[in-house]
Design a protein around this ligand. Structure first.
Ligand SMILES: Cc1cc2nc3c(=O)[nH]c(=O)nc-3n(C[C@H](O)[C@H](O)[C@H](O)COP(=O)(O)O)c2cc1C
Length: 195
């Protein structure tokens, strides 16, 4: 059974695959917590778009608030909560930019509207009205008419390299299970925690 696997990435893969079959929508949605220069945390949802032993990848605007936080403090935390399975996974570690090639490939796989939206959206600025965003979107439609939409320079991937991964599983009578993996060099140390 999945819970007894020793490799945190295999265990992640097993739970993630299961969640894809049971969650109502967005089984790849995860909370991303960042900390600003003053040490204040903030959290928001993002979508997991790649994962494996080299890390967990999401994409965003590199001018936005979370990007500003990650530029001053690369230490972040991710949280999956799959209500349908009564499970959570916590992932902690530093973040780095995904390669240009990786960001280009993912951007190219998105719908044209999402691509144009990435050009039209300026997450670093307040927006005076929805109409302004729609006008910028229409401007981008014209600008790129009849040609592929390139990846905007301010948009790309981030990879979280995990140092700690914790799996939580609901059990009967409040006997929940917590299993933690801590990276030491290239090895993962595994332990149990009180629930
Ligand atoms: C389910 C869900 C998934 C989301 N996925 C992303 C994402 O992958 N990338 C992204 O930039 N914003 C995503 N968002 C929007 C963010 O939560 C957030 O509002 C936005 O990125 C601005 O965050 P910031 O001001 O902290 O930079 C998602 C929101 C929800 C509710």
């Amino acid at each position: 059974m999945a819970f007894f696997m020793n490799d945190p990435f295999q265990l992640f893969q097993a739970w993630y695959t299961e969640a894809r079959g049971t969650e109502l929508n967005d089984s790849n949605a995860m909370a991303l917590a960042t900390v600003d220069a003053a040490g204040k945390p903030s959290v928001r949802m993002v979508l997991l778009k790649g994962h494996g032993p080299d890390g967990f990848v999401f994409y965003t605007n590199r001018h936005g608030r979370k990007a500003g936080n990650m530029a001053v403090n690369p230490n972040v935390a991710l949280l999956f909560h799959w209500k349908s399975l009564r499970r959570q996974i916590r992932i902690e570690g530093p973040v780095t930019w995904a390669t240009d090639a990786e960001s280009d490939a993912y951007f190219a796989s998105r719908s044209r509207d999402s691509q144009l939206g990435a050009w039209a959206s300026d997450q670093s600025q307040p927006l005076d009205s929805r109409a302004t965003f729609e006008a910028r979107f229409a401007e981008m439609e014209q600008r790129f008419a009849g040609q592929p939409v390139p990846r905007p320079p301010h948009w790309g991937g981030y990879r979280v390299t995990p140092e700690r991964i914790e799996f939580w599983q609901d059990r009967e009578h409040r006997l929940h299970e917590r299993r933690v993996f801590i990276r030491e060099g290239n090895e993962w140390q595994e332990g149990l925690l009180y629930p």
